[in-house]
Design a protein around this ligand. Sequence first.
Ligand SMILES: [Zn+2]
Length: 498
Amino acid sequence: MNSRVFFVFLTLFLFAFLAEANDGVDRYHEGKTAQFRHLYAPLSEKEGFTVLAEDMAGGADGAPDFRWARSFPITVIRLTAFETAREMGTCPYPMAIFDMTTEYGDTPVSRLEGKPPRGRHPGGSHDGGVNIDLGYYLTSLKGLYSDPDYSACDEHYSSTQTDEEGLPADVYECMGPANRLDKERQSYFFLQLFKMHVKPFNYMLLESVGVDYHVKKAVMDQLRKWQAEGMYEITDDLLHEMDSIMTCARWEGWAKFHHHHTHVRFHDLSTSGEFRRIFNKLEEDERQMELVIQQELYPEQDAFIKAELLSYNLNRCLELRLLSDKMSDIVKAEYQLEQGDWISSEEPGNNFRCIIDIPRIIPYPEQTLLVRAKYEDTEGKAVEIQREIYVPAQKAQDKIRIEKDKIRAHYETIQENDAVIWECTVEYPEHFNYYITEINYVFYIRETPEKPAKIKPEGNGRKIRFIQPEDRNVEMIEAEITLTARMRFSIPVYIAIN
Ligand SMILES: [Zn+2]
């Protein structure tokens, strides 16, 4: 096989794999719904990460609607960022958390007024709450042609092409060294993440980590330098693992768009299986981390509220707990959401955990909710504390999920004079149009070296007519459906069975 054929083969193979998922479909969905947790913002700069106020030019994501994930990746990232800030100190441009997953477990889609929907990432790539984009730790945001520029390198521009403003066109890939990367912090962050992957997760935490080639090079160089200096207990095995999991492979689609972020794909681990005790320990570490941060934020308080927004099949609730280093002094606790009833915690041994449902109002407006907690100590003294929690918008369309077997294709052949005419159409639930951006019918003619004919219905229609070339037979017809301009899959309309 020559290399060109091999490349095409690999591309097709990859596409076939990805075609199992698309925007509108969660590729991890297997009949059971996963529980997601929302990440709004760090509690303080001590957390060692940040979020952007909004989507930035050049593709740096900030929309809070798309920061849902399974709970464990959030725990892992928060702990790792916190440890990085603890060891290396806080900094002006820490890692920014970009897009994760939508609340419905799917890859985020931009819906700008008057424009067709567009997937913010390759179809399926941000599904399942186990895919997180992380901006890099940077030393400056001042780019060659824009400020802020979240890229790790100055040189991510074409030397021949220009954009609409006549400036060199962005190629979304470092063309030179990662000169604005905060090498030490970035390397330390990856080191902690991979140490967790190797032990306690026994190489099962991370599936792949997409990075720009020049960022990977800078990080690996820094880690080898530290290893030579005997710092941070860096083994050859760990470096080898990092080298194989951190990918910038072009044919897999990792080479581009990672100049300003790394895509961390976690394994879709069960939290009740063999890793249950490890997850419990990490959650305990996360509570300890929050306690330290809240103690610093509210020094006048003895106890604090830990509040997490959770969503299961788009039903939302708040998971509330008390944090205190004088936990044994607390005898009971109750919570109130806004003006609702006070609800008692029934789990004293579990930080007085309490779940309060959030009413399902559609559409749900983006808002900040107030949570109060009242606790009583051993001497009968009652104390009331409160905190706010951000809740993103929810809309009816979040429920839409494209199921391929609900798309039905039909054909009819009509004889007109000497010509054979094929009429084809597809039927599907009307709300699928929320994601469908294009339909094409592809005609394969038997024993012809020509490329198959691709026919697009007029306007927003679904129906086409095709006149069969004289003395030739149609071997196969496929309806090719495109979702959010990013993902295509095919439905057979007609297959010859001669
Ligand atoms: Zn990504």
